[in-house]
Design a binder for this molecule. Structure first.
Ligand code: HEC
Length: 170
């Protein structure tokens, strides 16, 4: 009978000692008792993706922040003109811009009387405006003119800028 009491007391004592040594990561003293493979470098359900490695470039490239017209002025038009690009630029201008600016850029588009009349972009300060500035106006909008950030891709914006240059030479 005494032996049983002694064994039970030892088990209780051992339990107290073990629970005192337990760490949250499953260690008991220096011993790892967990073998359920929970702690390993795989994603857990609902776990957020890891931060990308420093210096990682998104596959679609960075979207450059264009803070103001000075930054815009420094952008370089990467698309020299070809007949095919000019054709596409004209089409895009006619689709997106001519409703307000008019096919010739004079500000006489169909909806402009019902809206604010846009400026004639074929003369005055627009002759001196840089390609980067015109690109920025299309991308971010200006005054009450809406931004075409989501509708017109970067390459298309440059081709439209080239078309504005053609209109300015007419
Ligand atoms: C919904 C009508 C509308 C459409 C569509 C539109 N614009 Fe405009 N745009 C305007 C108005 C209005 C202004 C004058 C904004 C102001 O001064 O508040 C303007 C201004 C401009 C300016 C002069 C910016 C400055 O420095 O004052 C340029 C350049 C321009 N638009 C180019 C474009 C191009 C390129 C497109 C097509 C991608 C386009 N716009 C589409 C209405 C429009």
């Amino acid at each position: 009978m005494n032996t049983i009491k002694l064994i039970i007391s030892l088990i209780i004592l051992l339990g107290i000692v073990i629970s005192g040594c337990r760490h949250d990561d499953g260690r008991v003293g220096e011993y790892f008792y967990r073998t359920d493979m929970h702690d390993q470098p795989t994603y857990k359900p609902q776990e957020a993706p890891r931060d990308p490695v420093e210096g990682t470039v998104p596959v679609a490239g960075y979207v450059i922040e264009i803070r103001d017209s000075e930054v815009a002025d420094r952008l370089e038009n990467p698309f020299h003109r070809t007949a095919a690009r000019d054709e596409l630029g004209k089409r895009l201008y006619n689709i997106h811009c001519s409703v307000c600016h008019g096919a010739g850029g004079k500000g006489d588009g169909t909806v402009s009387p019902a809206f604010q009349t846009p400026p004639d972009i074929t003369e005055g300060r627009f002759l001196d405006a840089t390609d980067g500035y015109l690109y920025w106006v299309i991308r971010d909008g200006v005054g009450i003119m809406p931004s075409y950030y989501e509708h017109i891709k970067s390459k298309e914006r440059w081709l439209i800028v080239n078309h504005i240059r053609s209109l300015q030479q007419e």
